[in-house]
Structure formats: structure tokens, C-alpha cells
Design a binder for this molecule. Structure first.
Ligand SMILES: [Fe+2]
Length: 186
């Protein structure tokens, strides 16, 4: 199976090759995250049930489209830097550092509770990559900052369904998707 790491034969001007190799690794991590996320969001779009079905079903699709576009930008940045973007399901599953989304057919609140956890994980790992890119490549960093802005907006769309009038989140303190789904359903 192909993997995402490897020596670069060339890279974009002005970046030391070793730095570019690390940048490609960081971008590949984001590519896996966004490929996983847009597939997971479609799964949610198909599996939500309950009285708020149509609102949530239709809220999710623009997020799918945007996150798919993030994947395309990340992959093309990897190629621009002389790397080979890995976009097949097998490599994604082999290299990802998180578990498969765990909720099947469930109510809109349960899925939104679980998605709160999903977005927390994705956004936290984006911010880690942004910090590391500060020294390595500010052009790639700029791409990730722009994507994080959108991911945080989508996270708010999700959280607005989980928030009460005082501003408290029903999922506060949940440590797993199952816990968050149960807390959101109450
Ligand atoms: Fe659809």
C-alpha cells in the first residue's frame, strides 16, 4: 500500500526539502481528516431521523461541499510541494489516529451531539498543525487558517442546537460520541 510519507525529489522554491517533507506530512494529516469528515457528514445527512429531520438534513450538505473542497486544496498543495497526496480509503483508515464515527440511525439531537465531539477533534488538530507550520511554511499555514475559520463556523451551527438560553452546552464534559449523543438527547 502506498503511504503518505517519503522523500521529495523537488519542492517549491525557498523551503528546505526536510521542512517541505514535514509540511507534506502535516497536510496529509489534514487531508485524511477532511476526507473522513465529509464522508461522516454525508453519513449523518442520510441517517438523521425525527421531527427536525429536514432542517438538519439540509444544514449538513453545504458543510459536505465545503469540506470536500478543503480536501482538494490540501491535496493540490501536497502535489505543489512535490509530494503525492494519498486519497484512497485504505490509506485513510490505515493512517488515521481516530476511531470511526460510531452513530448509525439516530435522532437529529443525538447526531448533533456526536458531531460536536467530531468537530472538537478536527479543530484541535487543525490548530496543532497551524502552530507547527508557523516556522515551516506560512503559505500552507494560511490555507489551514482559512479552513479552520469555516470549520469553527460549522461547529457553531452544530453547537447552536445543543445550547440552552443560558449558553450552556448539553454535551459539556462528554468524553465520547456515545456520551455526547446521550447527553444531547435528554
Ligand atoms: Fe442528499
Amino acid at each position: 500500500m502506498a503511504t503518505s510519507t517519503g522523500k521529495l525529489r523537488y519542492t517549491t522554491p525557498g523551503i528546505p526539502t526536510e521542512d517541505a517533507e514535514r509540511v507534506v506530512e502535516l497536510l496529509q494529516g489534514r487531508l485524511h481528516a477532511t476526507n473522513d469528515l465529509h464522508l461522516t457528514l454525508k453519513h449523518v445527512h442520510w441517517n438523521v431521523v425525527g421531527p427536525h429531520f429536514i432542517a438538519v438534513h439540509e444544514m449538513i450538505d453545504p458543510q459536505v461541499d465545503e469540506v470536500r473542497a478543503f480536501s482538494d486544496s490540501l491535496a493540490e498543495r501536497i502535489a505543489t510541494l512535490g509530494g503525492s497526496p494519498q486519497g484512497t480509503p485504505g490509506v485513510l483508515v490505515a493512517e488515521r489516529t481516530w476511531e470511526e464515527y460510531s452513530i448509525g440511525r439516530a435522532t437529529t439531537q443525538e447526531h448533533l451531539g456526536a458531531l460536536d465531539l467530531v468537530y472538537q477533534g478536527v479543530i484541535t488538530s487543525y490548530r496543532d498543525a497551524i502552530k507547527e507550520l508557523e516556522e515551516l511554511d506560512v503559505v500552507s499555514q494560511d490555507m489551514l487558517i482559512g479552513q479552520t475559520d469555516k470549520l469553527e463556523l460549522f461547529h457553531w451551527f452544530v453547537r447552536a442546537h445543543l445550547e440552552d438560553k443560558s449558553g450552556a452546552l448539553s454535551t459539556a464534559g462528554a468524553g465520547s460520541e456515545q456520551e455526547a449523543a446521550s447527553a444531547a438527547a435528554e
